[in-house]
Design a binder for this molecule. Structure first.
Ligand SMILES: [Zn+2]
Length: 195
């Protein structure tokens, strides 16, 4: 799947939405990309997972880790395509991203972190930290879409299928707020901002 094909699919399923949104990073934007709109179709999810897996085949990972909830389906499909297992991190009582449900990473295990959309990459950064804390070796990070506009700062090689140039703003610098609008919160996170 090329980035052109992915963009076409995203548009077909209505995953690219216009309005006024508060992203899970806390930033505001006039554009929201709802990856669930495309991942609800298993054939699209599988093709996307395959395309992400192709970027990382040389790395010989044996585990894919995703931040819940947005990264779970795409991580699962990447793992299917790579023949590895797929696990996920989620917030514990203290609000930290952690492995739960008996998930484990072996000491030094080569691990790929996968999520759906990078805005600032906060969720991926937290997931990389959780892998490290578990004794694993996070070797790279992948995503369906990078909408960070070059602001992504990760300490591992990172590759997204599609880079989208869509502006996002600090809340007190948001032109949509200044125009009197109230942002919607379409993301899945209730807890502390981060991504
Ligand atoms: Zn706003």
């Amino acid at each position: 799947m090329t980035s052109e094909q992915l963009l076409k699919v995203l548009e077909e399923v209505g995953a690219v939405r216009q309005g006024h949104f508060e992203l899970s990073s806390g930033l505001h934007s006039g554009t929201y990309i709802q990856c669930a709109a495309v991942l609800q179709f298993p054939n699209h999810a599988e093709a996307i997972g395959h395309a992400i897996a192709d970027e990382f085949r040389d790395l010989k990972v044996s585990c894919v880790v995703s931040p819940a909830l947005g990264g779970v389906i795409v991580g699962h499909e990447v793992a299917r395509a790579m023949g590895t297992r797929a696990i996920f991190v989620e917030r514990d009582r203290s609000g930290q991203m952690a492995l739960r449900r008996g998930f484990e990473i072996r000491p030094g295990e080569r691990t790929l972190v996968v999520e759906d959309v990078w805005t600032t990459g906060g969720s991926t950064r937290e997931t990389l930290g959780a892998v490290e804390q578990s004794g694993g070796l996070a070797v790279a990070a992948g995503a369906i879409i990078d909408r960070s506009g070059g602001r992504l700062e990760l300490n591992v090689p990172a590759e997204a299928l599609l880079e989208m140039e869509v502006p996002s703003y600090e809340p007190d610098d948001c032109p949509l707020c200044r125009a009197g609008g109230v942002p919607m919160r379409p993301g899945s996170r209730f807890a502390r901002a981060g991504s």
